[in-house]
Design a protein. Structure first.
Length: 109
């Protein structure tokens, strides 16, 4: 039976190379709530992020509960596609605990 996790990442764009005028790819780094939150939201976030879900829909419902708070934390930061971006916080429902992505830097073919 598949288990699901709601994972928190700092996501940005990695430079892939100069081919075809330059290309970029998504890269993400796991974030612990303690490193990112400093108020009452920490306990709420941790209660959702530290949990394993048996049902994908339940995990998505929990993710939707956190979305308004995450939008608040991203407010004022440039979109991840901006040259000024240092990344944005994103939530993902996945079948594994959080880990950096991509595991291997993509290459141009």
């Amino acid at each position: 039976m598949t288990k699901y996790y709601v994972n928190l990442y700092k996501e940005g764009m990695g430079y892939g190379g100069a081919e075809e005028g330059g290309w970029w790819y998504d890269e993400g780094y796991p974030v612990k709530p303690d490193d990112f939150l400093c108020d009452w939201n920490t306990k709420f976030f941790k209660s959702i992020l530290d949990k394993t879900y048996d049902n994908e829909e339940e995990a998505y419902n929990q993710c939707r509960q956190l979305s308004p708070t995450l939008r608040y934390y991203n407010k004022g930061f440039p979109d991840k596609t901006s040259v000024l971006s240092t990344g944005i916080y994103v939530l993902k429902v996945q079948d594994h605990k959080p880990k950096e992505y991509p595991e291997v830097k993509p290459h141009y073919e």
